[in-house]
Write a protein of this length. Structure first.
Length: 528
């Protein structure tokens, strides 16, 4: 399976074989969504009914392009989103309904099209398609950029609406400025002295590069900036009005010379502010840092006052710890129900009407605030003091440690991972599996036979762990099932992924080569 920026891709041919044999694929890109794994194996759906459903869905508002007509039809549209796919690709089939829904909602604004790469290989080859589905944004027939936005219908619509129209909106009146910045998302506005301004040219160049992620506008009427203290050419970043707070500035000034690099850095460092609204659309950008999130019934449309009541309390306490490397956010708990249950063991009713708080670090460590969120913020303050003092116990999703674990294959759970797999004196071969995975079930008797042949060796452990029911350490990159790693004695910080065949003799040859001790093999067959 191929991955690009956390997006699942099917390889160019309908194959799921590697050096390590056949394996079951994740339907999602991160372990944070394992709740869906039991419902979808990631393999190509079977049965005529699903194929019929897909063919019906495809005959909607999504334009069908091919080698014969792609160039001239794509050139007719200022902006177009194109999906390159293969009919056999399971991830393509999963995306199809959302893509069709988005096409219907965007009809008349931004057209959505698709290209069947099995029928139009020349077009797909020209645009460097190496996995499916690949989504690209075209402008007047030219490949402008890869689409790296959300793949839900709502996410595609929201993302592509920002792609329609010019790179930067021209503002002529004060009412234009007010309407532009009074938006759900942040706004970047440039104030320039005239159409020939060199800084305006640089601003427009930067806007063309970053328009996929941010909203840009400009004016050559300097009087529009007077109320914001602008008396010379300047770029301002307007944070969304709904996130206005006494704890931080709502409008920020960019003071450097405009280049794409300097403006991108300024926006990146300032756009989210002290406590942004975490959504499914911006989650990947925010979760690449140590992040505290308060989840509650957040609703800026129906209850903005109540929403900001709790956000302000997070910001008040958070401002005391702002220099210690932890970021803060608020989120609607309903948007993250599956993740909270799967990753933190929290149900939708936990906390009642009060926020519940989590911390997730870049290393994947997780913490939850078990004390009730008090309105004076003192409980949150205590939680943060304990976090920075190292007094908090990490939350680990784990099955119970087995009371009896005397079988040849040792059962590992998250709570026993350190003791068994990271035992500095033992060489450990561990299989990460899923209960529903057919390939894991096929491997089971061979894996058990391997363990039986090595059972008398006190220096080697053959182990397995259900990766859908236990947190997997970040050092073990599990993207499909079964995934097998070898953790050598004395080198536990350097686990190696097993890429060999899944026969007993192949495992033994591998262990003879990689183990820190010569394996003691009993009941060896003649063909070994």
């Amino acid at each position: 399976m191929y991955y690009l920026h956390g997006i699942n891709l099917c390889p160019p041919r309908p194959m799921t074989r590697s050096f390590s044999g056949i394996f079951c694929l994740y339907p999602t890109s991160q372990l944070s969504t394992l709740s869906t794994l039991s419902r979808f194996s990631g393999e190509e759906p079977a049965g005529d009914s699903e194929g019929l459903l897909y063919s019906i869905v495809a005959r909607g508002d999504v334009l069908e392009l091919g080698d014969a007509d792609f160039d001239y039809l794509a050139a007719e549209h200022e902006t177009m989103l194109v999906k390159f796919y293969a009919p056999w690709c399971g991830h393509c089939k999963k995306l199809a309904p959302d893509f069709e829904t988005a096409a219907t909602r965007l009809k008349g604004t931004v057209p959505l099209a698709k290209v069947d790469c099995t029928a139009s290989p020349d077009t797909c080859g020209r645009f460097g398609v190496t996995g499916y589905p690949t989504l690209k944004i075209f402008r007047n027939g030219e490949d402008a950029s890869s689409y790296d936005g959300p793949r839900s219908a709502d996410g595609i619509v929201h993302f592509m609406k920002k792609q329609a129209g010019p790179n930067s909106v021209t503002l002529r009146r004060e009412a234009d400025l007010e309407a532009f910045v009074n938006h759900f998302d942040a706004s970047v506005v440039g104030f320039f002295s005239g159409p020939d301004s060199g800084q305006l040219a640089e601003f427009l160049k930067a806007a063309s590069v970053m328009r996929e992620h941010f909203r840009f506008a400009h004016t050559i009427d300097m009087t529009l900036g007077l109320k914001h203290g602008v008396d010379t050419e300047r770029v301002l970043l307007f944070r969304p009005p709904r996130l206005s707070s006494k704890f931080e500035e709502s409008v920020l000034r960019f003071t450097e010379t405009i280049t794409t690099h300097t403006l991108r850095r300024f926006i990146r460092d300032n756009i989210f502010g002290m406590c942004p609204h975490l959504t499914n659309e911006n989650r990947d950008k925010l979760k690449g840092q140590d992040l505290l999130t308060a989840y509650y019934d957040l609703d800026y449309l129906q209850n903005p006052k109540g929403t900001n009541y709790w956000r302000n309390r997070v910001m008040k306490v958070g401002s005391q710890f702002a220099s210690q490397g932890l970021s803060f956010a608020v989120a609607n708990r309903r948007d993250f129900v599956d993740e909270l249950e799967e990753e933190f063991g929290l149900g939708a009713s936990d906390g009642g009407d009060l926020p519940f708080v989590t911390i997730r670090t870049q290393q994947g460590f997780k913490y939850t605030m078990r004390e009730e969120f008090t309105r004076d913020g003192k409980s949150l303050e205590r939680f943060l003091e304990d976090y920075f003092a190292g007094r908090l116990k990490r939350y680990i999703k784990s099955e119970p440690i087995p009371e009896k674990n005397k079988g040849p294959v040792k059962v590992v759970v998250a709570e026993s991972f350190e003791e068994i797999v990271n035992d500095p004196e033992k060489d450990v071969l561990i299989e990460f599996y899923a209960p529903w995975c057919g390939h894991c079930k096929s491997l089971e008797p061979k894996y058990k036979e391997l363990a039986e042949q090595l059972y008398s060796d006190p220096n080697i452990v053959i182990a397995k762990m259900d990766a859908t029911a236990n947190d997997v350490p970040q050092a073990f990159d599990v993207q499909g099932f079964p995934t097998i790693y070898f953790a050598q004695a004395g080198k536990k910080d350097q686990p190696k992924r097993y890429e060999g065949a899944h026969e007993v003799k192949d495992f033994i040859k591998y262990l003879k080569r990689e183990s820190s001790h010569v394996p003691v093999v009993s009941r060896v067959r003649e063909d070994l």
